[in-house]
Structures are given as structure tokens and as C-alpha cells.
Design a protein around this ligand. Structure first.
Ligand SMILES: C[S@@+](CC[C@H](N)C(=O)[O-])C[C@H]1O[C@@H](n2cnc3c(N)ncnc32)[C@H](O)[C@@H]1O
Length: 302
């Protein structure tokens, strides 16, 4: 939806084919900008009845709640002026607006109410779309594109009008603002699929409004190990993962991707290996018994 730290914008194409087609409930425990869900072709999931967005960050939850009334959110955001393609001289008041909204949304302890929720969502979008890669929105500076690129606020507005995106917004059943464990326990069932994309190991402080420490990573592993449903878990590899999800019992898939920072001009390509750990075999609703999954995927042993 919008660039975001840890967002799966480019990686979602690789992840989506691993999602079983016969699921009834789709839940992202750490939804962020919900990139994986938006890459799914909904026609391919005929049994899908319930879609759950969840994030611990109330600004994200509010944004996705507001997206469900896309016309109203479009009206609200389109009131704000933004940089124009081909116009090199960006009016200074745009930068001032950005600074003001950043302060309001992140530093004034704003309480989201029924009255101000669309305004807060619009200001959040205004900030997120005008910083580099959605990273550290609470402190990042405004980027002046000097007319070279189309303003990302407009790109987001296009998405709110796009029929394919609207189909996805319409499909969202619940928007939750819960800790991952509560949302997993609340929606767990044999026909539920969880896409799980936690803050990466040791990158936890990149996100605003929360801490996610080693204890939380362990708590997540324990929660996933005891569910009835299916999960795919994204991480960059670290040694403890082998103890929690043995590659002999779980399906491990890996793929190399250029890290988001590599997109920054002048930076050397910085490759990272994305890992997806699953408790099921491709398009199977029954979980594999030990070893059964070995011929379902190109298995990676380390
Ligand atoms: C790696 S990002 C998810 C990115 C997402 N997959 C996307 O494509 O945009 C992790 C998200 O987890 C959220 N988060 C952090 N701690 C959480 C918790 N305890 N429970 C639920 N969400 C949490 C953060 O706010 C952040 O949006």
C-alpha cells in the first residue's frame, strides 16, 4: 500500500504463491501496510470469508479502518497539496505542513476519535509518503523530489480509486489493534491461515509506539507452535530459529532480495536472504508430519 520499514512490497510476489488456496480465514498478525494481502488475487481463494488486519500501532490500524471508506478518505487526503511532477520549485509551505503533521501525529499524543480519525489517517499518509521508504516516520525529514517524481500522496490516492484495491478493501472483515498473541488466539481455527511478519530480530527499535524484544520473539514462536491453523513466518535467519522451528519439522524457504536501503541512490546493492518458515505443505490444509514436507518444496538445509 505505502512504503514502510519491513514492508513486503517487493517480496510479496514471492510469498503469495505459498498461501493455501482453500483457506477460510486470512489473518496478518503484524499487518503494517498489508502488502501481502494486496498482492493476492482474491478470485483464487473461493472459500475465503474472513480477512483480519491487525497491528499494534494504532496509526496503522486507524489508517486501514479508514481505507474501508475509501471515498471519504480520498476526500480528506485530496485537501492537502503536494509536490507536482515537473515543478522544480516546491513551495516552502509544503515542508512546513509536513513538519506540522509529523509533530501532530507522532509527538502530540493525539487521541484518535470518531471525529478526527479521517484527519489523523490523512496526515499519517501525508508523512509516510514523503519520507524515504517509510522508515522512521516520527523523525525522518521531508524529501523534496524537485518535480522529478510523481508525489506518492497522489499514488496513494490512485489506489483508493483503483477497482482492484477496492475489492481488497471491501474484503477486510475486521481491523484489530491487538498484540499478535491475542489476535492469533482469537482467530485460530483449522481453516485459518496466518501470515506472520514480525519486526526482524534486532531491528525492533525501527518501529514507533512499541518495543519488541527477545522475549516477544520467543512468545511468538511458542504461540505459533501450538496453533490449529496454518502459518507462514517471515524472518531474516538467526541461530535460535533452528531451535524453535527445526528445518526437519517445518518447511524452510529462502530467497535473496536487494534490501530496501539498496534502492537509495549511490548505495551499493545490499542483498539480504528472506526466509519463510511454514507449518504446512503447498496447497495442503493438513499439516505435514515430520519429514512429510520434504518433497513438496525445494527444501533448504543449512
Ligand atoms: C515487519 S512490519 C510488517 C510489515 C508488513 N508485512 C507490510 O508488508 O507492510 C511489523 C509490524 O508489526 C507491528 N507490531 C510490532 N509489535 C507488535 C505486536 N506486539 N503485535 C502486533 N503488531 C506488532 C509494527 O507496528 C509493524 O507494523
Amino acid at each position: 500500500m505505502i512504503s514502510y520499514i519491513g514492508g513486503k512490497a517487493r517480496i510479496s510476489k514471492w510469498i503469495v504463491p505459498f498461501i493455501p488456496k482453500d483457506i477460510e480465514t486470512y489473518v496478518e498478525a503484524f499487518s503494517g501496510m498489508f502488502w501481502v494481502f494486496f498482492k493476492m488475487d482474491l478470485e483464487l481463494y473461493p472459500n475465503l470469508k474472513t480477512v483480519v488486519y491487525n497491528d499494534f500501532n494504532g496509526l496503522n490500524t486507524n489508517l486501514f479502518d479508514c481505507c474501508r471508506d475509501y471515498d471519504r478518505l480520498w476526500d480528506e487526503i485530496s485537501k492537502y497539496p503536494c509536490q507536482q511532477l515537473g515543478v522544480e520549485e516546491t513551495p516552502s509551505e509544503y515542508r512546513e505542513m509536513f513538519d506540522e503533521y509529523q509533530k501532530e501525529v507522532f509527538h502530540s499524543g493525539v487521541t484518535i476519535t470518531q471525529e478526527n480519525k479521517y484527519e489523523v489517517a490523512a496526515k499519517y499518509v501525508y508523512v509516510l509518503t514523503q519520507i524515504f521508504s517509510g522508515s522512521k516516520p516520527e523523525t525522518s525529514s521531508y524529501i523534496d523530489y524537485k518535480g522529478k517524481y510523481r508525489c506518492k500522496v497522489l499514488i496513494f490516492l490512485d489506489k483508493l480509486k483503483n477497482p482492484e484495491y477496492r475489492k481488497h478493501f471491501d474484503k477486510i472483515t475486521f481491523v484489530e489493534n491487538l498484540d499478535f498473541q491475542s489476535v492469533i488466539e482469537k482467530y485460530d481455527s483449522e481453516t485459518t491461515y496466518f501470515y506472520v511478519d514480525p519486526p526482524y530480530w534486532k531491528t525492533e527499535n525501527y518501529y514507533s509506539n512499541h518495543d519488541f524484544d527477545r522475549g516477544d520473539h520467543e512468545r511468538l514462536a511458542k504461540t505459533l507452535l501450538s496453533i490449529k491453523g496454518l502459518f507462514s513466518l517471515s524472518y531474516y535467519d538467526f541461530p535460535l530459529l533452528r531451535e524453535w522451528f527445526s528445518p526437519y519439522e517445518y518447511v524452510w524457504e529462502k530467497k535473496e532480495f536487494a534490501k530496501a536501503a539498496a534502492a537509495k541512490s549511490g548505495k551499493k546493492q545490499n542483498m539480504g536472504e528472506e526466509l519463510l518458515i511454514m507449518n504446512y505443505g503447498e496447497n495442503k490444509i493438513t499439516k505435514p508430519v515430520r519429514g512429510e514436507q520434504l518433497d513438496l518444496f525445494t527444501h533448504t538445509f543449512i
